[in-house]
Design a protein around this ligand. Structure first.
Ligand code: GRF
Length: 193
């Protein structure tokens, strides 16, 4: 079996990123090689460092240009990118450099509650306002259209009228933590030639 190196991209708290780092720690063929962040004071920077993962922080200009990021990924022979709570748009050169090899997680059942401005608590608030009776997560490949790449998996959870946006966030977090790493692993294993 081939070896695979993941670059995790995260912008904030990083509970999903840290969970993925832990999940692949003992994996013989898939490992998290680097964590890439766009905010130097994001909690995930310290958490990933403490977990023994190299961290690279790029400013917004570097992300928009994409070239330096691409070079750093090439240098580390990265073959998969996993977006785990990464809040910037991925530039075209990165998408083209990793065709069908960028995985994102979105905290709703896409195509519902996706697109520009739909992230974090905005999603949970919108789900609440729409009086949805269920919500969930979508794990998908990234292409040039925001939140519209091929869906790899969706997981659902029922909602009751008592579920406030904060409670919805908790339900979503549980779904993400228990399902994201296994879908990443399955996707990588399925795509190897
Ligand atoms: C998650 O809900 C994820 O679906 C979304 O951003 C959130 C990140 O949370 N894309 P965390 O940083 O992993 O705690």
């Amino acid at each position: 079996m081939n070896n695979h190196s993941i670059a995790l991209f995260a912008s904030g708290n990083g509970s999903n990123a840290l969970n993925i780092i832990g999940y692949f720690k003992e994996n013989p063929t898939i490992h998290v090689a680097v964590l890439i962040c766009n905010k130097k004071d994001a909690p995930i920077v310290q958490k990933a460092t403490d977990a023994g993962v190299e961290v690279l922080v790029f400013d917004n200009e570097a992300f928009e240009n994409g070239l330096t990021v691409l070079q750093e990924l090439d240098y580390r022979a990265i073959d998969w990118i996993v977006l785990a709570g990464f809040l910037r748009k991925i530039p075209t050169n990165l998408i083209n450099g990793f065709p069908n090899r960028i995985i994102n997680i979105h905290p709703s059942l896409l195509p519902k509650f996706g697109g520009k401005g739909m992230y974090g608590h905005f999603v949970h608030q919108a789900v609440y306002d729409a009086k949805e009776t269920e919500t969930g997560i979508t794990i998908h490949l990234v292409n040039e259209e925001f939140d519209k790449g091929e869906i790899l998996a969706q997981f659902k959870t029922p909602l009751s009228p008592a579920d406030t946006p904060a409670l919805i966030a908790q339900k979503i977090s549980l779904l993400e933590l228990s399902n994201f790493p296994t879908i990443v692993e399955r996707t990588i294993k399925n795509q190897q030639q």
